[in-house]
Design a binder for this molecule. Structure first.
Ligand code: NAD
Length: 418
């Protein structure tokens, strides 16, 4: 499996091995669950604004095809690699199975810093990447969505390019589209709102009062900003937030509308008045009720896990906590972890709603979307908590067990093909 060799893929495999061991899964079946079913690596040549041509690397990995089409985001980030995308695809598989969605996991990405490209360059990059994916994606095959560095506009370009090839509009090829071209109300907010909803459930479980509580959020993008606002609406004080350049911190709580206005005007949180600067690593160690890492993988490690001072770790990002950090947190027993595949599942759940609404050409109100979303998250949270308590295992092990077992069982009854 060395074409996927990468620290994040290694981390996903170690998590799978641990659960497979618990489930008594034979080695051969474990290998089937580990190996991504298929992967596509493409060169994406793009004409730059200055007339030169640059060639970017693009990836799409479909982890398993056993339960339906595959589903997962498209990431634009300088650290995107085949191994990272494969790990994220595997996590999508367990996440979809945990939430009971009829999908296998997928992920895609381009190794690029999207902030260094003009809008025109980004459009040409997206359209060319999509062109390379024609034949590999589709409403019944594999359905991309936004992830880090991509957004509704990216999805609109992907849908348009795919539709040009098909000769008619194919809105179901992506989710996370603008509402005006078949997107779902509530999709943009779904992941962050889900993070805050589940943090609220964890507070209920621990008997922590939301009103007067405190939260710290790493990553102020789609997931982090919405999570911060939703937590603030629940009555928590937001002590610190950050982006790739670093964080801002105020023990009295940040004025969130002013933070938004600053970020919009300056494109960064840096320099925000009424707050002290703080590094991304120091921010993780602030005392708070809810710590929500909503940026990159492998932020909480064996080194800093002993120094976390939160009551609840709400993993908005995918893979923010390494297996070494998990071991520390399990031994500490004073941090309640809402694992990524549960905590950030709101995005793919509403993507599923968008896909269903599109297939039926029958659209729901935002209230209906949110109501159905919270019901699914509630069910997944309760099942995970119940298993964790019954088997005396961590919330992560319980969530992974539920997701992995469902995929394993589906593979067993179907046979070798998918
Ligand atoms: P985004 O691009 O909208 O925002 C990412 C944020 O993280 C930005 O504020 C960026 O400045 C910051 N950031 C980037 N690198 C960083 C670093 N090294 N340290 C600190 N901050 C950094 O992305 P997003 O869609 O909000 O995704 C964030 C995370 O949530 C990712 O792990 C993604 O896989 C996960 N996720 C996203 C969705 C979704 O619906 N968008 C769903 C599930 C999971």
């Amino acid at each position: 499996m060395n074409i996927y060799s990468d620290p994040t893929f290694d981390m996903a495999c170690r998590q799978l091995d641990r659960v497979a061991e618990r489930l008594g899964m034979p080695d051969s079946e474990r290998e089937r669950l580990k190996a991504p079913k298929r992967s596509l690596v493409v060169a994406v040549p793009v004409r730059m604004d200055d007339g030169t041509t640059r060639v970017f690397s693009g990836y799409r990995v479909q982890h398993h095809l056993t339960l339906g089409p595959t589903k997962g985001g498209i990431r634009y980030h300088p650290e995107v690699s085949l191994g990272e995308v494969a790990a994220l695809a595997m996590w999508m598989s367990w996440k979809c199975a945990l939430a009971g969605l009829p999908y296998g996991g997928a992920k895609g990405g381009v190794t690029v810093d999207p902030r260094s490209l003009s809008a025109g360059e980004l459009e040409r990059l997206t359209r060319r990447f999509t062109q390379e994916l024609v034949g590999f994606i589709g409403p019944q095959l594999d359905i991309p969505a936004p992830d880090m560095g991509t957004n509704e506009q990216t999805m609109a370009w992907m849908m348009d390019t795919f539709s040009v090839h098909a000769g008619h509009s194919v809105p179901g090829v992506v989710t996370g589209k603008p509402v005006g071209i078949g997107g779902s109300l509530g999709r943009r907010e779904a992941t962050g709102r889900g993070v805050a909803y589940l943090a609220g459930r964890a507070m209920d479980t621990l008997g922590v009062q939301a009103s007067g509580g405190t939260a710290v959020v790493q990553g102020y993008g789609n997931v982090g900003a919405i999570a911060a606002h939703s937590l603030s609406r629940q009555g928590l004080r937001i002590l610190a937030v950050s982006d790739v350049h670093g964080g801002i911190h105020n023990t009295r709580g940040l004025d969130m509308p002013r933070v938004d206005a600053w970020a919009l005007e300056h494109g960064t949180l840096r320099g925000f008045p009424d707050a002290d600067p703080i590094t991304n690593s120091d921010l993780l160690e602030l005392p708070c009720d809810v710590l929500a890492p909503c940026a990159m993988e492998r932020q909480i490690t064996g080194m800093n896990a002993p120094r976390l001072r939160c009551r609840i770790l709400a993993e908005g990002a995918n893979g923010p906590t390494t297996p070494e950090a998990d071991a520390v947190l399990e031994a500490r027993d004073d941090v309640f972890v809402i694992p990524d595949i549960l905590c950030n599942a709101g995005g793919v759940v509403v993507s599923y709603f968008e896909w269903v609404q599109g297939l039926q050409s029958f659209f729901w109100t935002e209230g209906e979307v949110m109501d159905r979303l919270f019901r699914i998250l509630e069910g997944a949270f309760n099942q995970t908590l119940q298993l964790a308590r019954r088997d005396q295992v961590s919330m992560r092990t319980a969530a992974l067990t539920l997701g992995i077992r469902r995929v394993w069982e589906a593979k067993r009854v179907r046979g070798l093909f998918p």
